[in-house]
Structures are given as C-alpha cells and as structure tokens.
Design a protein around this ligand. Structure first.
Ligand code: ATP
Ligand code: MG
Length: 152
C-alpha cells in the first residue's frame, strides 16, 4: 500500500518513547512526507527491531536517534545510538540468524538473535538494503528503500 515513511517513523518513535523512557530519542525528518509503496506493518517491524536493539544492547541513558531523508534515488532511514558499538569482527555476522555478539550477556536480555535477520529479509522484500557502521560510541543502521516506489 501507499504510506508516508515520515509518519511511520514518528509512530515508531512515539512507541519507543513510551516503552523505553531511559533512552532519550531524537527524531529528524524533513517537512515533506515521503510517500512510498510499502507494507506498513513490515516496515514498522523493521523500525521497531532497530530501535529496540539501540535500547536493549546499550546502557540506560544512551542517546538514540532516528532520521528520514531522501537522497540520490533512495529514501534513507537511519537508526543510531551512542552505545558501545559492535566489534568490526562481528559486524558482517549480526544479520545472520541466531548470531549474538556476546552470548553470555545477551542471554540475560533474552534476545534470540533473530531481529536483524528479520530486518534484512523484510528490507530486501521491499527491494531495499540495510547496512551497518559501528565504532565505540556510535552505531548506525541505514535502511535504503528505492525511490522508484515513491508516489508523487
Ligand atoms: P532479538 O532481536 O531476536 O530479540 P537480538 O537483539 O540479540 O535478539 P539481533 O537483533 O539480530 O538479535 O542482533 C544481533 C546482535 O547484534 C545482538 O545480540 C547484539 O549483540 C548486536 N547488536 C545489535 N544491535 C546493536 C546495537 N545497537 N548496539 C550494540 N550491539 C548490537
Ligand atoms: Mg534485536
């Protein structure tokens, strides 16, 4: 269906603020809607998974931000946090099913290691890509959805 990515991000941000009050969230969007043909529930699942990770895998007080922009043929959503980061050696594997960086610690938090595998398959189903950059103090997941799906 047709939906506004900006509105979807704002809804996910509202839910995050209600559920994760100990992680301050900043939202950055342009003033115009970014209307795309997309599956609202699945894109919401992508946003919720990335935002949950930014809270669950970082200490309380860690800043989280989400942005939407339109750039060089794609709609871009970025979810960033100022947490400890993902070691370079693990970055390629975090999208694999059941992969968790620190299994002992992650077990306490009850994660199964499926979230990012689901994110990647849902993004690909939309013809998009998801990539990760991370260093201590800054982790960013960038989701790109083709602007060919933009509705004028
Ligand atoms: P699930 O999402 O299934 O509940 P999970 O969060 O452990 O479990 P993924 O979302 O697939 O699984 O993430 C895989 C691993 O990547 C996590 O276990 C964690 O080690 C690491 N990770 C993901 N996001 C972050 C982040 N923002 N900061 C630090 N580590 C992260
Ligand atoms: Mg997760």
């Amino acid at each position: 269906e047709e939906a506004d990515l900006v509105e979807l991000v704002q809804q996910a941000a509202d839910a995050f603020r209600a559920g994760r009050p100990d992680h301050p969230l900043t939202v950055t969007t342009g003033s115009r809607p970014v209307r795309l043909r997309l599956d609202v529930l699945r894109v919401r699942q992508v946003l919720d998974n990335l935002l949950a990770n930014a809270a669950v895998h970082t200490p309380a007080g860690t800043k989280v931000s989400v942005s939407v922009a339109v750039s060089s043929g794609t709609a871009e959503v970025r979810v960033s946090d100022s947490g400890p980061g993902i070691p370079a050696a693990d970055q390629a594997q975090v999208f694999d099913r059941f992969y968790r960086v620190d299994k002992a610690r992650s077990r306490d938090r009850g994660g199964s290691g499926l979230g990012l595998a689901v994110v990647r398959s849902l993004v690909r189903a939309h013809g998009g890509t998801v990539e990760l950059t991370s260093e201590p103090g800054e982790t960013t997941f960038t989701v790109r959805l083709p602007l060919g799906r933009l509705i004028a």
